[in-house]
Design a protein around this ligand. Structure first.
Ligand code: SF4
Length: 327
């Protein structure tokens, strides 16, 4: 059976899979994305993919079939069959690199401040991308970054790196905390797409989960970003499962689309480093599917498309149901 939107929603809702020892991924663990610091696999089936965290126990189990084929089983029953995809850097076919693996903010669902990792130099990032080019698989570069000292400094750091990455002649996406004139600076540096994450569209909840950040400032930056980057080139992560009000969520999605922004509806990942700090409940498959169907209608109403993204999560599709790509 191939993965369809309903099956993908089931897999995303679970979020994890058990793997036979032989299929366990080796090599460095990614510092980007919801499962930062954890092992992941990418399962491809039915023309789409899903990223699942590797867990010692999960309701989902991966089984080897003939050749390269694998199946995902739930209670011993096959849910979908397909192939495992090799990530290039963090995800398949992209060099998705976290520049500063640390953050001065303390958003309650995010592992980055707790992991307090390294800050990569420009030379290191260029070296990583050059290695990715050598595989012949590189189709896009996505840069993301926490905030080591200030958003302004981080924008400058990422812009300097983006300028040098132009030489690889693939699309570049950037996801950072917005700062003064950040869209103009990053566009001039060569970024093609931009993501400023609102994370939570419920203003009351936002103040609790991101106490040091302003939701209004991020929305203002997003509006400006559309002026600079154009339609279908500006994205914003919205976490689902923090206990947000459904009304605030729906209204917020429409508000983003009215600005020309594509929301990335992302199931919360209850990172072990954050468990107990905030409500984090993975949404049900039905809620995920319903939300993304509504999102697709909202995008259609505003003339936006989810299938033209050249970088980042709308291109990868590993963590989310993506309107116009998955359904
Ligand atoms: S959808 Fe985004 S966060 Fe998830 S694996 Fe792909 S690039 Fe990473």
């Amino acid at each position: 059976m191939l993965m369809d939107p309903e099956i993908k929603a089931r897999l995303i809702s679970s979020g994890t899979v058990e793997l036979p020892e032989l299929l366990r991924p080796s090599g460095p663990v990614s510092a980007a994305g919801p499962g930062a610091g954890e092992m992941n696999v990418f399962f491809r089936s039915g023309g789409t993919r899903v990223r699942l965290g590797v867990a010692d126990t999960s309701t989902l189990k991966l089984a080897e079939l003939d050749g390269d084929e694998v199946a995902i089983l739930e209670d011993g029953v096959e849910v979908a069959r397909g192939y495992l995809e090799r990530p290039l850097i963090h995800c398949p076919r992209q060099a998705y690199i976290t520049v500063s693996e640390r953050c001065i903010y303390d958003c309650k669902f995010c592992a980055v401040p707790k992991l307090a990792g390294t800050v990569k130099s420009k030379e290191r990032v260029l070296g990583m991308v050059a290695e990715a080019v050598d595989t012949g698989e590189l189709e896009a570069i996505s840069l993301t970054s926490g905030v080591e000292r200030s958003p302004e400094e981080e924008v400058f750091r990422v812009a300097e790196i983006a300028k040098d990455l132009r030489r690889f002649e693939v699309p570049i996406g950037v996801s950072v905390t917005p700062a003064k004139r950040s869209s103009e600076i990053l566009k001039a540096a060569g970024a093609d797409e931009i993501k400023y994450n609102v994370e939570c569209l419920d203003p009351d909840l936002f103040r609790k989960v991101c106490p040091e950040v302003s939701l209004e400032k991020i929305k203002t930056a997003l509006e400006k970003a559309v002026d600079v980057f154009g339609d279908n080139r500006v994205f914003s992560n919205v976490i689902i499962g923090l206990g947000e009000s459904e009304t605030a969520l729906q209204e917020g999605i429409v508000e983003l689309a009215e600005m020309g922004v594509l929301p990335v509806l992302r199931a919360v990942y209850p990172h072990p480093l954050r468990v107990g700090e905030v409500e984090m409940v993975r949404p049900s498959p039905e809620r995920l599917t319903d939300l993304v169907r509504r999102l697709k209608r909202v995008l259609d109403d505003h003339g936006l498309r989810g299938d033209v993204a050249e970088t980042g999560c709308y291109r990868c599709t590993g963590c989310d149901l993506i309107p116009h790509r998955d359904l």
